[in-house]
Write a protein that binds this ligand. Structure first.
Ligand code: PMP
Length: 439
């Protein structure tokens, strides 16, 4: 039903949004079901991005809705410090059945950003409790996105997200990103070239000495900075270098976790197991805010074997293991299991890739990248107006009833994993039309 909200658009200061622009043409979503949103004018909008890379099972899933409703009535909140509730333990047990072997401890947070800052603190504290307190340096990557808290923007490499905010964490360096269109443009799946970009890490180790470095953090697939797929052998090389020097490897799987790449986690898709792994989003199908950090037994034991008068880890949130979030996550895992969704991207990726790459040759398309059910279509920027052409494509798709996302001049796709071929056809047709009209 249409609603006149023009009268009350003033008070809400929107995140990552140009409020002044938004008010001129507000986009308001009012309902969601399956593959579709409905907007305030009653239009159906095909969800090409799973909300915000999170609604992996599609919208309004009965088991998740019921789990949240029942939990709200049964116990709305339970303090997480010095006590717990059964669903927090049950969920942890279920989650560690899905993770790569070795990642069998779970620490709960409420978002991807909190997961990242938790993992960074865990890495530094881990070295400290083992008597290597000099290991405090952190290494991220150019074009990395690790949320918006101070740790995350410090190891992150998105200039716009950092430059307003003054001093970052000290002792942080960045290795190169892996975007190499000259050698890898239009690669289907993992690009062939670029494993050697990981060797930047050796240079930083030579510069600072391994004894000062706590951890390296990367997204296995960089999502928010343009859908960058790791070159073949790159993550393996990072793992080898970290192992050689006693440095922890952190995978930020906030986007790639819970089936996005064809396995529960991208670590499994790429065959590389990190020491710490951050997740959020798909953990609860986006329904209730929740994140988590997975850690190895070894990391956990280092804390548990510390002096007895210390609490093991001086960190946590009021809403860690929130009962509603745990209930939503349990309903989500059940839905994923019932419908085989954690491996469904592996079944659909062939067709998705074929359709996506059929956009090669459309106006201004300079690269197409894909893995699992993630796609990126990079466009030539409008002269002097970076990100504008892709944003115009986003607006055109919105008008035609398709939700996509843009990062710089890349149009990103990451649809719910319940997607069928006809939805893929419609996404690609709509995008093709928008690309032609934007030319
Ligand atoms: N890490 C990665 C890799 C992400 O993509 C995101 C969000 N898109 C975050 C962290 C931050 O998550 P949140 O917005 O839930 O804080």
């Amino acid at each position: 039903m249409a609603q006149d909200l023009n009268a009350n658009l003033d008070a809400y200061w929107m995140p990552f949004t140009a409020n002044r622009q938004f008010k001129k043409a507000p986009r308001l979503l009012t309902r969601a079901d399956g593959m579709y949103f409905t907007d305030d004018k009653g239009r159906q909008i095909l969800d090409g991005i799973a909300g915000l890379w999170c609604v992996n099972a599609g919208h309004n899933r009965p088991k998740i809705v019921k789990a949240i409703q029942e939990q709200a009535a049964e116990m709305d909140f339970a303090p997480p410090f010095q006590m717990g509730h059964p669903k927090a333990f049950e969920l942890a047990e279920k989650l560690v059945q899905l993770t790569p072997a070795g990642l069998n401890k779970v620490f709960y947070t409420n978002s991807g950003s909190e997961s990242v800052d938790t993992a960074l603190k865990m890495a530094i504290a881990y070295h400290r409790v083992r008597g290597e307190g000099a290991r405090t340096r952190l290494i991220g990557r150019e074009r990395g996105y690790h949320g918006v808290n101070f740790g995350g923007i410090s190891v992150g490499g998105m200039v716009a997200n950092r430059k307003m905010f003054g001093t970052m964490l000290g002792g942080v360096d960045h290795i190169r990103h892996t975007h190499d269109p000259a050698r890898n443009a239009f690669s289907v799946g993992q690009p062939a070239h670029g494993a050697e970009f990981a060797d930047d890490l050796e240079k930083l180790i030579a510069l600072h000495d391994a004894s000062t470095i706590a951890a390296v953090i990367v997204e296995p697939v960089a999502g928010s900075t343009g859908v960058l797929i790791p070159p073949q052998g790159y993550l393996q090389r990072l793992r080898q270098i970290c192992d050689k020097h006693g440095i922890l490897l952190i995978f930020d799987e906030v986007i790639t976790g819970f089936g996005r790449t064809g396995n529960p986690f991208a670590a499994q898709t790429f065959g590389v197991t990190p020491d710490l792994m951050t997740v959020a989003k798909g953990l609860t199908n986006g329904c209730v805010p929740m994140g988590a950090v997975f850690a190895t037994q070894n990391i956990y034991d280092a804390f548990m074997n510390g002096p007895e008068h210390l609490i093991e880890f001086f960190h946590g949130y009021t809403y860690s293991a929130h009962p509603l979030a745990c209930a939503a996550a349990l309903g989500t895992l059940e839905t994923y299991a019932d419908e085989g969704l954690l491996t469904r991207a592996a079944e659909m990726q062939g067709y998705f890739a074929e359709c996506l790459h059929s956009l090669k040759g459309e106006p201004n398309v300079i690269d197409i990248r894909n893995i699992g059910l993630i796609g990126g279509v990079e466009l030539t920027p409008l002269p002097g107006e970076p990100a504008k052409r892709a944003f115009n494509v986003f607006l055109d798709c919105w008008d035609k009833g398709l939700l996509v996302r843009t990062t710089g001049d890349t149009v990103a796709l990451s649809p719910p994993l319940v997607i069928e071929r006809e939805h893929i056809d419609r996404i690609i047709d709509t995008l093709r039309g928008a690309l032609r009209r934007a030319a």
